[in-house]
Design a protein around this ligand. Structure first.
Ligand SMILES: [Zn+2]
Ligand SMILES: [Zn+2]
Length: 388
């Protein structure tokens, strides 16, 4: 892939048309789901042309893009729009995992049909102290995209993908998750005969204003009704012949709430390499989601002189819950410095942003209810044990 990126860089690229698959794989290559961005208006004067190539390679779907939108770029966040050339590799024949797994707290979790990466439903540490719902915080453009190190989506708007859908038609695929499952737009057939078009809905409920710590501001509450989706915002619905898929929804988590399948490890690693290079190799980019072990939590609680149950609660190591690990938020909840928490746990993957202090700061007070969930009801919750 490095060689390939170099070639692209050297050619200076016009938006390429889709490289269509040699139909070798048992599963049909979904390259038709992607846009041809070569004739699009592009991001505007002075920006590189969008580039998107899609092919299937053995048992993988390979999407290669430069993360430049195919429509006019309107700057919302302070970061400039820059090209990020990379390949996204996903399983062509996705399978449901035994357990859902969390999305990365930061960084891509999939790719849209125009080659723009999807991020999870929380922002990074902006506005401080951060990790809020970026849609709620109104820091998205009209296509629910904005720039960080790269242009990315936190929600999907069907019309932004040049889709002219009739009211009696179901939404097409708008994206693919790292686990290979497709993300359809919100509207789908009620049943196999498509007797009616219905809007699929998230089952997450808002508990408080999600200005900060979005994962703490929403709660998954399973609901009856064919239109309600699972925790990951997907279902094995009759609208797609029982095959599992996600739907983009009008409310949080907007795209996916977790991975129902197994995310491709390659996808994440490629991202790390790219970002590290652009960063001048300074540290690992955030986005990994390492869960501390029972022993790590136990040792850290002792080192920090905090109750082990309280620490586990702040880290949200609760049974059955799939939420990304947010050490900065955990430190804030505990009223300690984030760096002390990192040190005590012996983790380094998620570097706190410069100046991010986990001190009390009074932020949490008055914002909403204190941390719910397990509380100190059980003396020694077994953090981590529920998660393989
Ligand atoms: Zn963002
Ligand atoms: Zn569906």
């Amino acid at each position: 892939m490095p060689a390939r990126s170099l070639v692209f860089a050297a050619v200076g690229l016009v938006g390429l048309s889709l490289a269509l698959p040699a139909a070798e794989a048992s599963n049909p290559c979904p390259s038709d789901a992607f846009m041809d961005v070569s004739n699009s208006p592009g991001a505007g004067d002075g920006y590189p042309r969008p580039r998107l190539e899609v092919q299937c390679d053995g048992d993988e779907l390979v999407v290669s893009s430069n993360a430049i939108p195919h429509y006019e770029f309107v700057q919302i966040t302070p970061n400039p729009l820059v090209e990020l050339n990379r390949d996204y590799r996903m399983p062509l024949d996705p399978k449901l995992a035994e357990q859902p797994s969390p999305l990365p707290l930061l960084g891509p979790s999939g790719v849209a049909i125009n080659g723009i990466p999807l991020f999870g439903p929380n922002e990074g540490p902006v506005p401080p102290p951060g990790f809020g719902d970026p849609v709620y915080n109104a820091i998205m453009d009209s296509c629910m995209g904005h720039t960080a190190r790269q242009y990315h989506y936190h929600a999907l708007i069907e019309t932004c993908f040049d889709i002219a859908r009739e009211a009696n038609e179901p939404s097409p695929i708008l994206a693919f998750g790292w686990d290979g499952f497709p993300v359809y737009g919100p509207f789908g057939c009620r049943d196999e005969d498509c007797s009616e078009i219905i809007e699929y809905r998230s089952s997450w409920e808002q508990l408080r204003a999600p200005r900060i710590d979005a994962w703490d501001a929403y709660r998954f509450v399973p609901k009856d009704g064919i239109e309600y989706l699972d925790r990951c915002n997907g279902h094995s619905g009759d609208d797609q012949g029982g095959a599992y898929h996600y739907h983009a929804t009008a409310t949080w988590p907007y795209i996916m709430g977790c991975f129902s399948g197994t995310p491709s490890a390659d996808a994440g690693r490629a991202s790390d390499r790219q970002l590290s290079r652009r960063d001048g190799g300074r540290g690992r980019p955030p986005g990994d989601d390492p869960r501390p072990t029972v022993e790590q939590v136990s040792r850290a609680a002792e080192a920090l002189a905090i109750d082990e149950a309280k620490l586990a609660e702040a880290l949200r190591l609760t049974g059955g819950r799939v939420a990304p690990m947010n050490y900065v938020a955990a430190a804030r909840a505990l009223g300690i410095d984030a760096r002390d928490l990192y040190e005590a746990l012996g983790v380094t993957a998620q570097l706190p942003p410069p100046g991010a202090r986990g001190g009390p700061g009074g932020r949490r007070r008055g914002v909403g209810p204190p941390l719910r969930g397990i509380g100190p009801r059980r003396a020694r919750p077994p953090p981590g044990r529920q998660r393989p």
